[in-house]
Design a protein around this ligand. Sequence first.
Ligand code: C5P
Length: 213
Amino acid sequence: MKPVVAIDGPAGSGKGTLARMIASHFNFVYLDTGLLYRTVAFLSIPLIKIRTMGIKELLDTASTLTNEQLRSAGNSARTSDIAKMPEIRDVMTHLQQNFIDLYKKQGTVLDGRDIGTVVVPDACCKLFITADLKERARRRFIDLKDKNTTFDEIFNNIKLRDIQDKSRKIAPLTCDETYIMIDTTDMSVQESFKICREEVKKAFMNSEFRSFV
Ligand code: C5P
């Protein structure tokens, strides 16, 4: 088992916000794995180049890009397209596993689509965060600075990404009995966090990583 909180779920479910709050509360190190895929998509980094990069170099590269660049509707769609490629997923999975090893003494929180299924199936705690599509689109619409985008565009973009992420052959977004499912549709961030925090605590207390929480 690894001292990892694996958080998966669809776009706009609140998993990023919750992952950050969990990491900060338990003093774990956080990795937004969507950011890695978005960086590769935005810069069209060739596979041969990604294979030579370490996780720190990729994170440094990501930090040179703005939120608007990374999170635009165009780059979101591009990201979902490149995320279907098995060779890309393979090298990205290794980079994420390196991150987990790098911070194994402190513990890590990773959020994405295949964290608990592929990247770290033996994570100490697996959470699947979800919410209604309409509510997720509403949250993204509020978050997005680019007000040239309409609610309908965001709704359709997320709907399409949901379909692509769930139906791809490799590492599709899915949830099984090893996850704790949390539906945040009718919950505030604080309410959702409280539930996540208790689940993480319970899972770690019942494991060899009791001293981490
Ligand atoms: O989490 P975020 O919305 O930033 O992810 C952007 C896209 O990156 C997702 O729609 C998905 O296609 C891809 N992704 C993935 N596996 C991950 C993280 C993100 O396929 N672990």
